[in-house]
Design a protein around this ligand. Sequence first.
Ligand code: FES
Ligand code: FES
Length: 163
Amino acid sequence: MSERLYPITIEVNGTQRAGHVTARTSLVDWLREHLHLTGTHIGCEHGICGACSVMLDGEPVRSCLMYAVQANGHRIVTVEGLQRPDGSLSVLQDSFCETHALQCGYCTPGMLIAAQALLNTNPRPTEAEIRDAIGGNLCRCTGYQQIVEAIALAARRTAEGAT
Ligand code: FES
Ligand code: FES
């Protein structure tokens, strides 16, 4: 017997996306496999690493821990949604490049989501607030210092008028 499918409509990066999913389809699998938004990474698949982070109604969440049906009617932003409208890097993304805040890049989408969610609500965070905001995201390469510097740089640039 085939599994029952449920209709969903979710705003993803500003566009309404509709589909049919099984009750056990995770949000990250729907984003990656059905919408082909593969910028969101899968690491641990049980809520530890943060690589799968996306914004749900402005709040960072683990998309490996959510079912797609739970996001029905909500607003999702993935790492692809952080770029400027013309496709160029955002201030935050450019700051990650500038400070060498990534090596293998596996954690980077989740770090960018956590950082952007912080900057959206707290545009001038302290170092402690930055470290707290990315505290749920694991990076095995950088030692975190350059990531913290990147987020602080993005905050400074934005305060100086960068968009
Ligand atoms: S893949 Fe979701 S928290 Fe690690
Ligand atoms: S850059 Fe490799 S895990 Fe963070």
